[in-house]
Design a protein around this ligand. Structure first.
Ligand SMILES: [Zn+2]
Length: 167
């Protein structure tokens, strides 16, 4: 079943109307690209509908005790992959394409790129060659693994504060 996406407010040079919500038979939702998105482009700006002190399965972490519910809300349907194609830059508050994305591809981000310690761990089933299995947040991953990914300034500062970060 396909539901058309309420187009996020175009801002910060965003690409308006770039994706569609796909609802799986089990009720899970994904965000599927409608267009070709060049690498490094800004898909949209984002903000918060609410700010929480503790994480839940929908929040995005921006600081140690600051977890946001995403605005536009549809961005919460961007699922995890161990080979992500988008990145939530929580400093610029922009959703960035990490690689070229083609029409029909699911938008995915790497949860530990923003999350230090997740509320709910889960066993990843992304079926990519680099799948890490259990996903619990950045603090549980070896630095050699994390450095393969683009990480938020918050995660980088956390790594530094625990003595494993390197700039
Ligand atoms: Zn995976």
């Amino acid at each position: 079943m396909i539901t058309s996406l309420a187009v996020p407010e175009p801002e910060n040079g965003s690409l308006p109307g770039f994706a569609t919500i796909f609802i799986h038979p089990n009720g899970e939702k994904s965000l599927i690209s409608d267009i070709r998105i060049p690498k490094d482009s800004i898909l949209c700006g984002f903000g918060s509908r609410a700010i929480l002190e503790s994480p839940n399965y929908l929040t995005l972490q921006v600081e140690l005790r600051k977890h946001i519910l995403l605005f536009p809300e549809v961005l919460q349907y961007i699922n995890h992959s161990c080979e992500p194609n988008v990145f939530f830059d929580t400093t610029a508050m922009q959703l960035i394409a990490l690689k070229e994305i083609l029409p029909g591809e699911e938008l995915c981000f790497f949860y530990p790129s923003t999350e230090w310690d997740m509320d709910r761990s889960f066993l990843c089933n992304c079926r990519t060659g680099s799948c890490l299995g259990l996903i619990r947040g950045a603090q549980y991953l070896p630095i050699e693994t994390l450095t393969r990914y683009r990480l938020t300034d918050f995660i980088k500062s956390q790594l530094k504060s625990v003595g494993v970060g390197q700039e």
